[in-house]
Design a protein around this ligand. Structure first.
Ligand code: NAD
Length: 242
């Protein structure tokens, strides 16, 4: 899958991994829509490469439907959807309010479902499409950090694996990004700075964006940012790689 002239949507595209990926996809020739809760910041990122900025709360199904409709109207059929927006809040089951849990589910997991429901029919009709899902190493190994984050990221791993296996033969490609400690505003909240100690230097968002773009070009499912993660995951890779 190449980026040239394809329409790509990046959620959480105003900061960190999303912003770096939006720039990276645009540099490879994609027509990129930057979708973010922070519409002003999305506008600044999109202005850097002449992309489309859309203020969107991915925790709302209606706003996701509006996002997809607007991007397809203004840029054309969506070829690549990067489900990247995420939040990390709450802590253990007793100390975390239910509305915090609910918000975490809505933004970190349900957004992947709603956006997939919005873009998949068109992709299936065209016989091609690319879905990229950002989970976390906290979605693969849970030993620290906060519980709502880890649980929703585990669910994203399952979602992406299921999509990859089920829709591959109909032309839909899927990648799962599981970062571990990337220098973004979120780093302190995820607990990944702790795990990072075991893995080596903190990654820059631009490095991760390059890894994502290369995985899309190679149509590779797993995007693991570190050797330690690759070691942990190697037993699964043979099943999931196609
Ligand atoms: P970031 O805080 O730099 O960027 C997150 C962006 O998402 C922000 O621009 C924010 O406004 C946006 N956002 C938050 N809620 C939103 C909503 N409801 N609707 C639309 N946009 C929303 O964080 P980042 O580190 O670049 O995180 C990107 C993804 O990577 C997240 O899913 C995160 O869980 C994952 N991740 C990050 C790390 C890390 O170390 N930084 C590690 C593992 C996983």
């Amino acid at each position: 899958m190449d980026f040239k002239d394809r329409v790509a949507v990046v959620t959480g595209g105003a900061s960190g991994i999303g912003a770096a990926s939006a720039r990276c996809f645009a540099a490879r020739g994609a027509k990129v829509a930057v979708a973010d809760l922070n519409g002003d910041a999305a506008g600044e990122v999109a202005a850097g490469f002449g992309g489309l900025a859309v203020a969107c709360d991915v925790g709302s199904r209606e706003q996701i439907d509006d996002l997809v409709a607007r991007v397809e109207r203004e840029l054309g059929p969506i070829g690549i959807f990067f489900h990247n927006a995420g939040i990390a809040s709450g802590s253990d089951p007793l100390a975390t309010d239910l509305d915090v849990w609910q918000r975490q589910w809505d933004v970190n997991l349900m957004a992947h479902l709603h956006a997939t429901r919005a873009v998949l029919p068109g992709m299936l009709e065209r016989g091609e499409g690319y879905l990229i899902h950002t989970a976390s190493m906290a979605g693969i190994l849970t030993s620290h950090g906060n519980l709502p984050y880890a649980v929703t990221k585990h669910a994203v791993v399952g979602f992406a694996e299921w999509m990859s296996v089920t829709y591959h033969e109909r032309g839909i490609r899927t990648s799962l990004l599981a970062p571990l400690g990337v220098r973004t505003p979120m780093l302190g909240d995820t607990g990944s700075s702790f795990a990072r100690n075991a893995a080596g230097p903190i990654r820059e968002p631009e490095e991760v964006a390059e890894m994502v773009a290369e995985a899309v070009e190679a149509e590779r499912f797993l995007i693991l940012t570190d050797e330690i993660a690759q070691t942990w995951m190697s037993y699964k890779t043979s099943d999931l790689e196609r």
